[in-house]
Design a protein around this ligand. Sequence first.
Ligand code: FAD
Length: 182
Amino acid sequence: MDVAIIGDGPGGLSAAIFLAKNGLSTVVYGQEKTAMHWALLKNYLGIPEITGTDFQKIARDQVATFGARIENQLVESVAGEGGAFRITFAGGATASARYLILSEGKSPKLAQQLGVRFDGPVAVTDKNGLTSVPAVYAVGRLARPGRSQAIISAGDGAVVALAILSKEKGQDVVDWDSPPKT
Ligand SMILES: Cc1cc2nc3c(=O)[nH]c(=O)nc-3n(C[C@H](O)[C@H](O)[C@H](O)COP(=O)(O)OP(=O)(O)OC[C@H]3O[C@@H](n4cnc5c(N)ncnc54)[C@H](O)[C@@H]3O)c2cc1C
């Protein structure tokens, strides 16, 4: 696959929409254990109020609409292997991806495993979400543990997706749609 996204909260799901909509084969790994299931959102721009659980349901359906897969998997380990990444699941199965997006939320296990640079509890990234490890991006709560908000995670997901799409295309990419002309 082109992009493996580890974490199925708003950060990971948002990245998946942009990537799949623009033609990259994308899989999100997670087990629906996001902190969103404890949230009642009143501060997500454009949505006056929604439970985190309802938000997740809409978001997961939207991801599927654009052709990304969401797999109910716990990722046990990740490692670089010949210019790609090998992803190993609890149970022993493996997958391979060219890019990794880590949206692990509060538990930075995989980022630490990969040797991503941390500043205290914060996975350090550049403004495009790229970590110190080439082709490994970090979004959301992982990169901003003390300031975690759903809309920021979703925004981070969009940022890294456009960074990857732009890298692939060799020029800046935007994902804009317009209503049909009447
Ligand atoms: C009680 C409570 C109330 C909140 N209220 C609000 C609010 O009102 N407004 C607001 O904006 N935010 C609120 N939040 C915060 C909001 O839930 C987070 O900002 C948001 O969930 C962060 O999204 P994320 O995608 O960065 O990470 P998360 O949502 O934490 O998602 C990370 C996902 O990755 C999965 N994962 C981690 N490691 C692996 C692995 N190895 N393999 C597979 N999957 C893995 C986790 O299980 C999880 O599903 C609240 C949080 C709580 C706890």
